[in-house]
Design a protein. Structure first.
Length: 125
C-alpha cells in the first residue's frame, strides 16, 4: 500500500507546485501531534478540538499532573482519531533527564488500516 495524504502543516511542494504529500504513517503521526498541540478553543469552526498539552506546562509538576496528562491525551486521541488509531498506551516521562519546563509524552498505538504498532514521542517545551 502506498497511500498518500496531505502533509501537515499544509504547504506547497516546491518541485511539483502542488499540495505537499506525506505517507500514511507519517500523516497519522502528524494528526496525533495536531490533536495534542491544539488548545481547545483555537479552532473557530471546531472549538472543542484538541488536547491542550501546552497549557499543562504551567502547572506544578507532580504525579497527579502526569496522571491528568495521560488521561487527557488518551481521551483526546480516542475522540478525534478513533477512525485511524487504537491507543494502546500513553506514558508521561518526568525523570531526571527531562527539564521541569518540558512535557515528554510517549504514545503507543495501532494503525487501524495496516494493523501495525507504532510509537510516537511528543516533547512539549
Amino acid at each position: 500500500m502506498n497511500r498518500q495524504d496531505y502533509a501537515f502543516p499544509f504547504r506547497i511542494d516546491p518541485t511539483s507546485r502542488q499540495a505537499a504529500q506525506s505517507g500514511y504513517e507519517a500523516h497519522v503521526a502528524q494528526m496525533i501531534r495536531q490533536v495534542l498541540l491544539t488548545t481547545p478553543g483555537e479552532r473557530v469552526n471546531l472549538p472543542e478540538f484538541g488536547c491542550g498539552l501546552r497549557q499543562l506546562l504551567f502547572a506544578p509538576h507532580s504525579d497527579a499532573l502526569d496522571a491528568t496528562t495521560q488521561l487527557q491525551v488518551y481521551q483526546a486521541l480516542n475522540r478525534w482519531l478513533a477512525d485511524h488509531i487504537e491507543v494502546k498506551q500513553v506514558k508521561v516521562d518526568s525523570g531526571p533527564e527531562f527539564n521541569e519546563a518540558e512535557l515528554h509524552v510517549l504514545i503507543e498505538y495501532v494503525l487501524v488500516e495496516t494493523r501495525t504498532t507504532k510509537r510516537l514521542e511528543v516533547l512539549v517545551k
